[in-house]
Write a protein that binds this ligand. Structure first.
Ligand code: HEC
Length: 132
């Protein structure tokens, strides 16, 4: 009984911290740096980061944008690591994430890429001082 109880609390603790990590770290960075374009208005099958259902898909070359547990197998990571060369038409500043931000995204994917359903998991373009 004790064992079951502690197993449950460990599970919900992990779930809770994964949710917090997504909301505090992942979501703001994606909204600020990616949602200006990857918001569902690019022609299909372009990456659409507005929800888990649209983000967890594959490119035309059959590669996963986000492959839980495998940052190096995730196109999203190769795109941000390539920085400004992600696409010729893409202004460099728009996707130059810091080393910390890239590390954070890698860690998130390594840890299973938790992405909640509903309002919490809904991403929208975000205006900011840096990216008006
Ligand atoms: C200024 C607009 C713009 C911004 C900002 C932007 N992208 Fe893109 N991105 C595009 C376009 C256009 C494409 C080509 C269509 C496609 O394949 O999705 C693309 C393609 C991609 C692809 C698939 C092709 C590749 O190069 O691997 C990934 C992954 C990607 N973007 C990730 C991101 C991430 C992550 C961010 C934020 C850190 C971001 N993009 C920010 C416009 C943008």
């Amino acid at each position: 009984m004790l064992l079951i109880l502690s197993a449950c609390s460990i599970t919900s603790g992990t779930r809770h911290s994964q949710e917090r990590y997504f909301l505090m770290e992942v979501k703001p960075v994606l909204q600020q740096h990616c949602l200006a374009c990857h918001n569902g208005t690019l022609p299909r099958p372009a990456l659409n980061l507005t929800s888990k259902a649209t983000a967890f898909t594959q490119s035309t070359s059959g590669r996963d944008y986000i492959l839980p547990g495998d940052p190096d197998g995730s196109l999203l990571i190769s795109a941000v690591q390539r920085g400004g060369t992600h696409l010729k038409m893409m202004p460099r500043r728009e996707i130059s994430l810091t080393e910390d931000q890239i590390g954070m995204l890698r860690e998130w994917i390594e840890d299973g890429a938790y992405w909640p359903e509903g309002e919490q998991g809904t991403l929208k373009p975000q205006k900011s001082v840096e990216n008006p």
